[in-house]
Design a protein around this ligand. Structure first.
Ligand code: TRP
Length: 453
């Protein structure tokens, strides 16, 4: 067996390269846009509590399941299942993952386009003192409701993503991931301090942190589960692909856990910025997909040099979104390169172009087209791919590792190049019984109660 993944596929420059790239994949709009938006629909604190349980009890085990499959096979999700279970239906799970990646990318790039629009607005001085909650809401509606800008920004974002993915693994992805993540963290901390000290800000903190058990519904369960998976880039094979580039002679457990905790930390930070600001501005917690974009300008309005912070924030957010879209596109591209023999160049460009077509209705569903808006196309894409697609994917991955491949194999590849995992028996038990049962129960609840959305 080779000591490194074969060099023509590429390999991370080391553990740090992996942590940065995987954290780059995990940390993105999922933490800063989707998490507060889902939390506001899920009743605040109760959603946050279920989300945290899902990250620890399901997210982290599934993360290691995916990474170990990637490490064992050095393949894209489809090839990985083919290698481990030839002649079975399991490769279809990889296929579903590739499809889910495509579906997620198609609405994700629309939101990512908004961040670029906001960066542009910040650069031209639209944010800063004096912006009221009403003006902020109007700016948002104007940007996303005009078909021209909405489509152009989406196309731009997909084009940049394809440009990076064409360049190959080590150079393209790592370079993008390394630079701006620490800056994003710093800006979020500054915004947090400002938001919680705004008048009425503490009401937002208690909304966000105090669970109200009476608000627990099947929808909250599936949304929180979906959010945990979405935020950690799980359930569709992205981490299989990323694990496949992990150097064989380095230790994985610590690196993987770091990625999970960093992702969770950024989401919590984002919530602690958004909800205090929202309550302070007297807005409605049912903010919809515009939540972050509408709320944050009211924070910048109350800060010295608010316009500058806005530039920094939206600049970093756009980069965080880019390192995530890269990972989404990478999964689909790796499939066409490995399984279909396409060149990286051809795969990156044609997949991104096809993705744009699926993104068009999402981009037009925020005011530009009346019936797509009424239909709620973007929200539905978000729920179908993000909540259901990833939950079903994660369930199947757990069943695969638990009953087909075997938890022992998973542990072997988690431990490859490093020490034995403490509590390895627990991890094996959790991946085999706890995760699949929990996910299946949540999905069964949804089917029985019919509360799909
Ligand atoms: N995790 C990313 C975020 O939070 C989005 C993302 C990137 C993703 N790759 C993924 C989600 C794969 C699910 C699966 O923004």
């Amino acid at each position: 067996m080779a000591t490194q993944p074969s060099s023509d596929r590429g390999v991370w420059s080391g553990k740090l390269g992996f942590v940065l790239a995987a954290a780059g994949s995990a940390i993105g709009l999922g933490n800063i846009w989707r998490f507060p938006y889902m939390a506001s629909e899920g009743g605040g604190g109760i959603f946050v509590l279920v989300y945290l349980i899902c990250v620890l009890a399901i997210g982290i085990p599934v993360l290691f399941a995916e990474l170990s499959i990637g490490r064992a096979t050095e393949r894209n999700p489809v090839g990985a299942f083919k290698a481990l279970a030839p002649g079975t239906l399991w490769p279809a799970v990889g296929g579903m993952g590739v499809l889910a990646g495509f579906g997620i990318l198609a609405f994700y790039s629309v939101i990512a386009g908004w961040t670029v629009g906001y960066l542009w607005m910040a650069l031209t001085g639209d944010f800063g003192p004096g912006v009221t909650a009403e003006q902020s809401a109007q700016m948002f509606t104007d940007l996303i409701g005009s078909p021209g800008p909405a489509l152009l920004l989406t196309a731009f974002f997909l084009a940049v993503t394809a440009g990076v993915v064409r360049g190959g693994i080590a150079q393209g992805i790592e370079r993008a991931a390394k630079v701006l993540m620490p800056v994003l963290l710093f800006v979020l901390i500054v915004l947090l301090v400002r938001a919680v000290t705004l008048p009425g800000g503490l009401d937002g903190v208690s909304y966000f942190l105090k669970p109200d058990l009476s608000e627990l519904t099947p929808t909250v369960l599936v949304t929180a589960l979906g959010q945990a998976l979405f935020s950690m880039s799980l359930g569709m094979g992205a981490m299989i692909t990323y694990g496949s580039y992990f150097p064989r002679d380095q230790s994985l457990p610590f690196a993987g856990t770091t990625v999970a905790l960093a992702d969770m930390g950024i989401a919590l930070l984002a919530g602690l910025v958004i909800f205090p600001a929202l309550f302070s501005a007297g807005m409605d917690p049912q903010g919809g997909p515009g939540l972050v974009f509408v709320v944050l300008p009211t924070v910048f309005a109350n800060m010295p040099a608010g316009g500058l912070w806005a530039v920094l924030f939206f600049g970093c957010l756009a980069i965080a979104a880019l390192t995530s879209t890269i990972s989404l596109l990478e999964v689909v591209v790796a499939y066409f390169v490995d399984e279909r023999g396409w060149s990286r160049n051809k795969a990156a460009i044609s997949v991104a172009a096809a993705c744009f077509l699926l993104a068009v209705p999402s981009a037009l569903s925020q005011g530009a087209s009346a019936w797509l808006t009424e239909f709620g196309w973007l929200d539905i894409q978000n729920i179908i791919w993000g909540n259901y697609g990833l939950s079903v994917g994660a369930l199947l991955i757990c069943l695969f590792v638990g009953f087909k491949w075997g938890p022992e194999k998973m542990l072997e590849y988690v431990e490859l190049g490093g020490n034995r995992v403490p509590g390895r028996g627990v991890l094996a038990f959790v991946i085999r019984y706890v995760c699949p049962l929990a996910i299946a129960t949540v999905l069964a609840f949804i089917i029985i109660t019919g509360q799909y959305f």
